[in-house]
Design a binder for this molecule. Sequence first.
Ligand code: ATP
Ligand code: MG
Length: 222
Amino acid sequence: MLKPTRLLLLGAPGSGKGTISRKLLKRFPQLHSISSGDVLRSHISRGTKIGREAETLIKAGSLVPDSTMIGLIAEQLKELGGLNGEASWLLDGFPRTLSQAQGLTEILDASGADLNMVVELDVDQEIILQRIDARWVHLPSGRIYSLDYNPPKVPFTDDVTGEKLVKRDDDNPETFSKRLLVYNEEVGPLREYYETLGTWHRVSGDSSDIIYPKVERLLLRD
Ligand code: ATP
Ligand code: MG
């Protein structure tokens, strides 16, 4: 990765965006990541106004309003110094509607830091549904564990802090199916938008171990 990379990871809930992000950050230390879900969960745990509004929506598997999300991510990008042509970063979970994508383009156009790659993680949704039951998280850091695929060293305990792992409120079968439906509704227009801009790529596979090397190759090629 020689030139600045500004990457969007698109993919259904549970498709491994968080896991792939973590691996990319390790491999490319100049990258910074922003996960919209983690940003929202941090607001919830701090009890902010945005957090209180988001909590109900997240629990129901619905989306937080576009204007709220665009404001939040613009703020995060500013904070990490991401709004200049030399910055490298990746976004996980935002934009996830066409209107958010247009909002992001506006913010970036004004800054000279264009989004130069969109990667859609394509994982069989039957497999995602089988996997979700095994997912546990460390909420303060966003670290994700799978009891099958990358279990913590000590059961139900975060490897780094030793704190307890929890199930996300929205990782129950009912809410999860709703999130998948919402994703499938929104992704078409988003895909078309980035296809037209010429930045869209798709990477398929049934596990992050298969998908990750393909994403890494895309980044190294550019
Ligand atoms: P996973 O993290 O399992 O891959 P996900 O992408 O659905 O799944 P998060 O990104 O953590 O999960 O998002 C959790 C919830 O936060 C979403 O279901 C939605 O309610 C809200 N949310 C996150 N990002 C956005 C966004 N860009 N626009 C609207 N709502 C969002
Ligand atoms: Mg996530």
